[in-house]
Design a protein around this ligand. Structure first.
Ligand code: HEC
Ligand code: HEC
Length: 408
């Protein structure tokens, strides 16, 4: 049977089995009871129990009384001793039960991750992979076959440093329409219950390679801070290496462009594009169908178009632009000038270095620009001051309007 349907019907199958067992047991009990029916009461072939003579007074007040009293004392001792013992053991028992619960949930999530095929697309350890898919041209009446592609299925082993759990839950519930990521939760019409979706998130939590957020580095415990920095640097080091490789290979012209398209390369497919921007801001990026050798894109897809001064209008101050990419969006929270977040823009602060984020800010503010602002200069300034202050590209005004040479 299809594992999805199987998972969804598992509980009802158990329910039916229990009902059947109870029904059969009732029948059997009824059968035996009716066979061993008692003889009619009240015939007094033996004396009825309430008419039998009881113990004599002597007997009642000696042996019988002693036995009752000792029994009562014994029970009192048991109660007196066992209550404190129970009380002492209770916190441990509760902790154990919680840990056990969590273990069960994680195991269930892990099984779902395998059975539903998440591992097939995103890799068993969540490092990211590809999904085979067919794409179509959507113009015209009938969709027309375009190509068979390997759609990048982003890494999930850092997904919780990019997204909050609620944001991941949203993706699991509703999927990413138009991509191979289907809706899995009931709200989006998928087969999984709320609890199964929660179990998947419990499991995802255990495969995260990053447990610390750069914002949470301890400022009281130096040893802990050291450990936290080392962990963050390990991942950032791997990202840096990939960016250096792509620049050395001449795939991109600038650091900002390399960050924007991080993971696009089919051969290396770093984190399957999980840390790049193009997969949401450039059409055809995830499918690997960009044409030409300059995939600067940014024309918009799941995320808005960043072209034609859009980011300058949104973030007149480039430091706000920087903060937004560092933290990502929150559902219902405003950002920049007139922006309203949906929680779908991930935060990149734990994966990208400040310098890389600043470079991508420069890149985005200069999309399409014939005479881009000098990235090297801005980055040197960033290194010196820690502030990602990008001057407006020539021709752009504070509200993002572009003034042509003649118009001035
Ligand atoms: C058929 C392949 C496929 C399967 C099966 C699949 N996914 Fe995905 N998933 C994708 C693709 C492709 C994307 C990226 C979609 C896009 O281009 O925006 C994605 C995106 C995601 C995201 C969003 C990550 C991000 O950073 O944007 C999460 C979380 C996720 N999948 C979890 C899961 C889980 C959990 C399962 C199993 C229940 C699962 N996926 C099953 C292909 C798949
Ligand atoms: C998983 C998809 C996704 C990825 C990956 C992604 N973005 Fe976004 N981005 C969005 C969405 C969606 C929005 C719109 C805001 C919202 O819905 O919360 C957005 C908004 C933005 C905006 C504001 C645009 C506006 O006009 O309001 C900027 C700037 C931006 N993203 C830059 C980036 C950069 C830089 C990266 C890579 C480091 C990136 N994004 C990666 C989905 C994504």
């Amino acid at each position: 049977m299809n594992p999805v349907i199987y998972a969804a019907t598992n509980f009802s199958a158990i329910g039916f089995t229990v009902a059947a067992v109870v029904f059969i047991a009732t029948l059997v009990a009824f059968f035996f009871n009716s066979r061993t029916a008692r003889r009619e009461l009240g015939a007094e072939i033996e004396l009825a129990p309430n008419r039998k003579p009881y113990y004599s007074d002597e007997e009642l007040e000696t042996k019988k009384l002693d036995v009752s009293l000792s029994l009562a004392l014994g029970m009192l001792v048991i109660v007196a001793v066992s209550l404190p013992v129970y009380w002492l053991a209770e916190p441990g028992r509760q902790d154990g039960a919680i840990a056990n619960f969590e273990r069960i949930f994680i195991d269930r999530g892990g099984e779902l991750y395998q059975d539903l095929g998440c591992a097939g697309c995103h890799n068993a350890d969540g490092a990211g992979g590809v999904a085979q898919a067919l794409t179509f041209h959507e113009q015209g009446e009938e969709p027309e076959f375009r190509a068979e592609v390997l759609w990048r299925a982003p890494s999930l082993n850092t997904v919780l440093s990019r997204y909050s759990e609620d944001e991941v839950r949203y993706v699991l519930n509703y999927g990413r329409p138009g991509s191979p990521m289907q809706a899995w939760g009931t709200p989006g019409g998928g087969p999984l219950t709320t609890q199964q979706v929660d179990n998947l998130i419990d499991f995802l939590r255990t495969i995260q390679v990053q447990s610390y957020d750069p914002l949470d580095i301890s400022d009281t415990d130096e040893a802990l801070a050291e450990e936290q920095r080392a962990e963050i640097e390990a991942l950032q080091g791997a990202v840096q290496e990939e960016i250096d490789t792509s620049l050395d290979n001449g795939e991109y012209d600038s650091l900002g462009q390399a960050v924007f398209n991080l993971g696009y390369d089919t051969g290396r497919s770093f984190a399957a594009g999980g840390y790049g921007c193009g997969r949401c801001h450039t059409k055809d990026w995830s499918e690997g169908l960009l044409e030409g050798d300059d995939p600067d894109g940014g024309g918009g897809n799941l995320g808005f178009s960043l072209r034609d001064g859009a980011t300058i209008r949104r973030f007149p101050n480039s430091n706000d632009h920087y903060d937004f990419i560092f933290e990502g969006s929150d559902d219902g929270a405003g950002y920049g000038s007139g922006g309203l977040g949906s929680g779908r823009m991930p935060g990149f602060g734990s994966v990208l270095t400040g310098e890389q984020i600043c470079a991508v800010v420069v890149y985005e503010r200069n999309f399409d620009h014939p005479d881009p602002v000098d990235e090297g200069g801005v980055l040197a300034e960033y290194r010196r001051t820690g502030s990602c202050n990008v001057p407006y590209p020539p021709g752009f005004t504070e509200n993002g309007g572009f003034q042509s040479e003649e118009g001035q």
